[in-house]
Structures are given as structure tokens and as C-alpha cells.
Write a protein that binds this ligand. Structure first.
Ligand code: GDG
Length: 460
């Protein structure tokens, strides 16, 4: 078995200081690396003079991190990654900032990564680069003489061609992808939008066996949906902490139905639209008024970016308005927690919920939907209300699929979920549960690395 090298913006493998991994990518890759005896390279999250890579091995996973100068963090991370690519790839052209300095910082940091990492790559290693922060890295590693099999996985959506071409350097960005041997997307839909770009903008061709050819270079582009570590999560949901949380939650709702939302505080997650849909539900179903309780957990993220400060302000105001309008002296309709919870506590919260609202406006996949399914009690499962614009909707078709922009659809789905007979809940859940367990993070890792390992020869 080849050693696995993972490269991504942040290394959120567990460390002595931070023993529990957080975030979609972190949770998924930690499990994968532990199995393959790999190294995870990335930015330390610290600003300062760029020095040496720092290696640390903790709980079976080796990480190697580097600090970045403040200007690089501003231009590459806050700038190009979070203010250009993230909004654009989530279909938010109005929030996308086009600054040449951002792109300069992006290329500079990718080049730095190629310089510090390439000496640590051994000839047989599989190299797996992750996400939109690192698109040009493969091309830069090739320039450093790296001949290894190189893979790239995009965790976020691939935008429609007509949106992507708003990016001045769109062609350069996509061309860089052709330095990889395998490029993975979360869903068929994102893969097909990538095909569309290749055909329209690059005069490329789509061949059999996932092949995509542009100007004589053929790569594999695959749909490879990420999963969760289902076994670990089910165990967590049945552990002591989760059960204690479950009981605490049951007590706190006094017989009402708990509805839950869990998201990084990000405008792509549709939390504002969710609150609006919930408000519509409360307005139009007065008989349900004191029958429900919504708990929204939203740990802040990317707090230095203005659009994130704005969404936080919007949600503070909206949650206050909803509670002001509908609360009784002994009941509040909405509990809004601006803080992360430990993973096993989260598992207990999912278990206690009768309904989960997972309603992103766009999402590459969305692991919360899968975690909720994994945590349910087989005899009395809750109902997943899921945005059709989440990648997860391609697999979890038995959820109540909604358009998150429509408060009426959201309100109807909440009503339908609360009224759903037990047999129907079990039937829908069972199918989703089987898929979540079968297509888990190990399956995802293997599917990608098998495709990468099967590449015949790295290009000269
Ligand atoms: C990107 C893509 C794709 C959330 N709050 C807490 C907490 N979380 C954990 C969840 C889940 C993870 O964070 C979030 O994963 P998502 O998939 O929902 O979203 P992103 O962070 O945007 O991830 C996404 C993913 O990459 C993987 O490819 O699915 O589409 O955007 O695991 O449980 N964890 C804890 N406390 C919290 O309060 N412990």
C-alpha cells in the first residue's frame, strides 16, 4: 500500500493541544490518514515569518504545518479563498470580490507550499490535494519535478460555466487542474458542470471511463461523494456523553418536538432562510405554536470577512425578532447557540431531535445531514428536511427535499415532518441509514485513492 500525502489549507488533524477534529474535511481525513500511515501538510493557522515545516504525530496521524506572513493570509486566505472562490463557487456572484492582489497572494502561497512540501514526497507516494485553496498546487509540484500520481478533490460545488467565466483568470485556474491525474467532485451534478466548462471554454472532450481530454492531456474526472465515519459516529451517539445530552435535551423541551440545525456560521448554509421558514411555520400554524422548539447551533467561522460579520448580525437580529414575537412567559421558539459543541454532545442533540433542518443554499455535500441520519434511533427515527441544493440530496433522496429559498416550502416540510407516521419515518430513514453506512468515509477514501492508484504512469 502506498503512503498517502494529503495537502490542504489547514491541517485540522487532532494534536496534543486540540485533541478533537472539527469541520467536514478534518473529520473525514483524520480517519483516512490513520489507516494509510500518511502525512497531512498545510498552514498552521498562525501568522508570522514563514519558517520550517513543523512535524507532529498525535494519535496515529502525522501533521506538518507552516506559518504564513500576514499579507499572505490576507490575500490568499481571507482574500482569494474566502472572498473570491468561496462565494463564486457557491453561486454568489454579488458577494464575490475580484482583486488582482488576492490572486497574487493565492499563487504565492501555492508556490511556497510546492517548495516546502516537494522535498518530503517519496517516489511511490500518492499525493492528494484538497479543495479550492490549493487548485494550482499540482501544477506547481509538477514544475518542481514531482512525477507522482497527483489527485485533487473539490469539497465545494463546481459553479456553472457562465458564473465561472466572471473570474478574470478562470482559464488559468481550470488549466491548472489538468496537472492532476484524478480530479474528484462531490456529485454527478458538479462533475457535469465541470464537463460543460471543458467543452465550451477549452474545446475539450469527455471520453469513456471518466476521461476528460484537453489539448492532448487526458485526466480522470470522477464523482466521489464524501461520507462520514459512520461507525465512529454511531458509537458516539450511543456513548455516555450523548445519552446524557439526549436526556438533558428531552428534559429541556418539556414534551415538545425538538427541531435542530447545526452549521458553521456561513451564508451558504441558509440559516437566515431557515429562520424565515420557521417563522412562517409559527405564523401560519398557531395551533403548533408551543409544540415545537428550534435549536440552532452555529459556531462562528471566518470572522474577519465582512460578509460573515454581516450574516452574524442578521441572524442575531432575526433570532431576537422571532423570540420577541412568539415567545411565551414559559417558552421560547428558538434557541440560537453561537458556539461549537463537543462532537459527542452534538450526537446526543441529533438523537433528541424529531426534525433536522439542513437547508443550505448551496453545499458541496453537507455532512451534518449524514451525521443526523447516523445518530437516529432505529425504532423512532427523526425526519431529515434537506435542501435540494446540497450535494447530499443526490444520495439522500428519501429526505424531505425542499427549496430553501421558499419559506412556505420550509414551513410545509416542518409540518409534514412533525406529522409523519412512524412507519414512514422508519422506511425513509432505513434507506438513508444504509447508504450513509455503506458509502462512508472509508468508502470515499478508497474510491478516490483506488482511482488515483490505477493511473498508469505519471506524465513526464
Ligand atoms: C465542506 C463543504 C462538505 C458543525 N458544528 C459543530 C461541529 N460541526 C461539524 C459537523 C460536520 C462539520 O462540522 C461540517 O461539515 P459540513 O459538510 O456540513 O460543512 P463544511 O464545513 O462547509 O465543509 C461541505 C465538507 O467540506 C466535506 O467535504 O460536506 O459541503 O462545504 O462534521 O458535525 N462539530 C462539533 N461542534 C459543533 O458545534 N464538534
Amino acid at each position: 500500500m502506498s503512503r498517502l500525502i494529503v495537502i490542504s489549507n489547514r491541517v485540522s488533524a487532532p494534536t496534543a493541544q486540540q485533541p478533537s477534529a472539527q469541520g467536514g474535511l478534518a473529520v473525514a481525513l483524520t480517519a483516512a490518514l490513520r489507516e494509510a500511515d500518511g502525512i497531512w501538510f498545510g498552514w498552521s493557522g498562525e501568522t508570522g515569518e514563514t519558517g520550517e515545516l513543523r512535524f507532529e504525530t498525535y494519535d496515529g496521524v502525522t501533521s506538518a504545518t507552516i506559518d504564513l506572513p500576514e499579507q499572505d493570509v490576507e490575500e490568499y486566505y481571507d482574500g482569494y479563498a474566502n472572498r473570491t472562490l468561496w462565494p463564486l463557487f457557491h453561486y454568489r456572484l454579488g458577494l464575490t470580490e475580484f482583486e488582482r492582489d488576492f490572486q497574487g497572494g493565492y499563487e504565492r502561497v501555492n508556490r511556497l507550499f510546492s517548495e516546502v512540501i516537494s522535498p518530503h514526497i517519496e517516489p511511490e507516494d500518492l499525493v492528494w490535494v484538497h479543495d479550492y485553496h490549493m487548485v494550482p498546487l499540482g501544477w506547481m509540484l509538477r514544475q518542481k519535478g514531482i512525477r507522482n500520481r497527483l489527485g485533487f478533490f473539490l469539497h465545494i460545488p463546481w459553479p456553472p460555466t457562465r458564473l465561472l467565466i466572471a473570474l478574470p483568470e478562470h482559464r488559468r485556474l481550470v488549466e491548472a487542474l489538468f496537472a492532476y491525474d484524478v480530479v474528484g467532485f462531490q456529485t454527478r451534478e458538479w462533475l457535469e458542470t465541470f464537463h460543460d466548462y471543458v467543452e465550451r471554454e477549452m474545446a475539450g472532450t469527455i471520453g469513456p471511463n471518466d476521461e476528460v481530454t484537453v489539448g492532448g492531456r487526458t485526466i480522470k474526472a470522477i464523482a466521489c461523494p464524501i461520507g462520514i465515519d459512520a461507525r465512529e459516529f454511531i458509537a458516539a451517539a450511543n456513548g455516555e456523553k450523548a445519552v446524557a445530552t439526549l436526556n438533558r435535551m428531552i428534559e429541556s423541551v418539556h414534551g415538545r418536538n425538538l427541531i435542530v440545525g447545526v452549521d458553521r456560521l456561513d451564508y451558504s448554509k441558509g440559516i437566515e432562510e431557515r429562520f424565515n421558514g420557521y417563522q412562517r411555520f409559527l405564523e401560519t400554524r398557531p395551533d403548533q405554536l408551543t409544540n415545537v422548539s428550534l435549536l440552532q447551533i452555529a459556531p462562528p467561522s471566518r470572522a474577519t470577512v465582512q460578509s460573515y460579520q454581516e450574516i452574524r448580525g442578521t441572524l442575531d437580529a432575526l433570532s431576537g425578532r422571532i423570540n420577541g414575537a412568539f415567545a411565551e412567559i414559559d417558552w421560547v421558539p428558538l434557541r440560537y447557540v453561537n458556539r461549537g459543541l463537543p462532537r459527542d454532545v452534538l450526537a446526543g442533540v441529533y438523537r433528541a431531535a424529531r426534525v433536522a433542518l439542513v437547508t443550505p443554499l448551496r453545499d458541496g455535500m453537507n455532512l451534518v445531514a449524514k451525521e443526523f441520519v447516523a445518530a437516529q434511533d432505529p425504532d423512532d427515527p427523526g425526519v431529515l428536511v434537506l435542501s435540494r441544493f446540497a450535494g447530499a440530496a443526490e444520495q439522500l433522496a428519501e429526505a424531505l427535499l425542499i427549496n430553501p429559498y421558499s419559506p412556505d416550502e420550509m414551513a410545509d416540510a416542518i409540518e409534514q415532518a412533525l406529522a409523519m407516521p412512524r412507519d414512514e419515518r422508519i422506511a425513509r430513514w432505513r434507506k438513508m441509514y444504509d447508504d450513509v453506512c455503506c458509502e462512508d468515509v472509508i468508502w470515499w477514501r478508497r474510491r478516490f485513492t483506488d482511482a488515483l492508484a490505477a493511473v498508469e504512469v505519471a506524465p513526464a
